[in-house]
Design a protein around this ligand. Structure first.
Ligand code: HEC
Ligand code: HEC
Length: 386
């Protein structure tokens, strides 16, 4: 499975706290944290990915790893697993990868008017050495349902988007009951990929669009917060070598807003624009209606509704990078009724180099939620033993 790669890396870095990290967070606290920093400000040897933010740079590493089915240490020295600064060291595959970035940039510039239509995944398709010979078995087998990256137009015969949304709102408990819920607070557990342990989770949401997911992990409180305007992603030092409390921008900010707005789904139609519905597909044995909206930055975001229950089962959205788009998928399940309204009690978030799984054990609706819950999170610190 894809994520095995990243796991080794996160686990290994967990062993050592690195100077790069502390330097970055100190600078962050000095008043610079609101502006996302550029890769060149954070890393030591940036040659081909100049002009990206540090977040985009790291997301591009995720694109590399996911495209090639590679470990971080396929292109970086073994020691980088325990020390962020060693990622700057030279490695033969890192050199090849730099040449590949130049090749891809040249292809796009020369043949596609500079549009990022070819990237690592175009050729590598989850393998180190791209295949060259057409596959006979593939040619003569029944292809799986197509789930296009982007739905270009409303499919003929697909239901109008209002019909899908009406069914969803009805399935949740109806518009009136949904409108009656203006805040909630939940408790439960979360688990990171490949981590045997689960840790406590707190969830807060306030209508129309504030949401905070606070994960009390072994290395401090991880937090995803949207206050209605600004989004923060706070992670422990094992997860990011810079700005542990990162302000989100672009597609990531739109994604945080969508997640917050979907916390109160009565207004789902207003969350995005240019809605369209694809031909129904089967996902994991179930028929789903795939609906796509477009965020204010022009990127598609896809919502999957179970055709039978009408409920939202998946959100698939993209982060646009200079070299193309990378996906983040959230799967929702275990819908339970609270005050006559259904809420997903289980959801799982997966992206190119990580996974988080969430379970609620308790959800209380229309409780007062302190505004500070949606403020900028603190820098995660390893909790002292109680
Ligand atoms: C296919 C090869 C490849 C893979 C896989 C890969 N990287 Fe990289 N990495 C590179 C290249 C190439 C650069 C330098 C980019 C440049 O010169 O602009 C780099 C640079 C970096 C840097 C900056 C080091 C510095 O201070 O200059 C970090 C940090 C990093 N990678 C982390 C990761 C992590 C974490 C993963 C796994 C999720 C990963 N990389 C996977 C090729 C790769
Ligand atoms: C046009 C097709 C194409 C694209 C696009 C492409 N590659 Fe490659 N890549 C290849 C081929 C073909 C090979 C194997 C070359 C060989 O066999 O000598 C390769 C090999 C590599 C290798 C060496 C693998 C090994 O054997 O250790 C790395 C690393 C690599 N590519 C990284 C990338 C990255 C990163 C990107 C995106 C920036 C990328 N490639 C985009 C075609 C492509």
């Amino acid at each position: 499975m894809k994520l095995g790669s990243r796991r080794r890396f996160v686990g290994a870095v967990g062993a050592a706290l690195v100077c790069l990290v502390s330097a970055a967070s100190v600078r962050g606290q000095a008043g610079q944290a609101e502006r996302p920093r550029m890769a060149e400000e954070v890393f030591m040897d940036v040659r081909v990915l100049k002009g990206t933010t540090a977040k985009q740079f790291m997301d591009t590493m995720g694109l590399f790893a996911a495209s090639l089915n590679a470990n971080c240490t396929s292109c970086h020295v073994e020691e980088s697993g325990g020390d962020w600064s060693r990622y700057a060291d030279d490695h033969p595959s890192k050199t090849t990868a730099r040449q590949m970035v130049e090749m891809v940039t040249a292809i796009n510039r020369t043949y596609f008017w500079g549009r990022p239509v070819v990237n690592c995944y175009s050729c590598h398709r989850f393998g180190t050495r791209p295949k060259l010979i057409p596959n006979i078995a593939e040619l003569y087998s029944v292809p799986p349902d197509e789930d296009p990256d982007e739905i270009l137009r409303q499919a003929p015969g697909a239901p109008p988007v209002d019909q899908v949304f009406d069914k969803y709102i009805q399935a949740l408990g109806g518009a009136a009951r949904l409108a009656g819920i203006t805040s909630y607070a939940g408790r439960g557990t979360y688990k990171a990929f490949d981590d045997a342990l689960v840790y406590p989770l707190d969830l807060y949401a306030k209508a129309p669009n504030q949401r905070a997911t606070i994960m009390h992990g072994a290395r401090g409180d991880r937090a995803m917060v949207y206050d209605g305007r600004v989004a923060w992603d706070a992670v422990p030092d094992t997860d990011r070598p810079f700005d542990l409390v990162l302000p989100l921008e672009g597609d990531d900010l739109h994604a945080a807003r969508l997640e917050a707005e979907l916390s109160f789904p009565g207004r789902i139609k207003q969350a995005l624009v240019a809605w369209r519905v694809a031909s129904p597909i089967t996902v994991e044995g179930r028929d789903v209606q795939v609906v796509q909206g477009t965020n204010a930055a022009g990127a598609p975001m896809k919502l999957y509704f179970d055709d039978e229950s009408g409920l939202l089962v998946r959100v698939l959205r993209y982060t646009t990078l200079p070299l193309g788009r990378i996906p983040t998928q959230i799967d929702y399940s275990d819908y339970r009724e609270v005050s006559g309204v259904k809420f997903p009690f289980h959801w799982r978030m997966r992206w190119t180099d990580g996974e988080l799984e969430f379970d609620l054990t308790e959800l209380r609706v229309n409780v007062p939620v302190d505004a500070a819950r949606f403020g900028k999170p603190a820098v995660p610190v390893v909790p002292t033993a109680k």
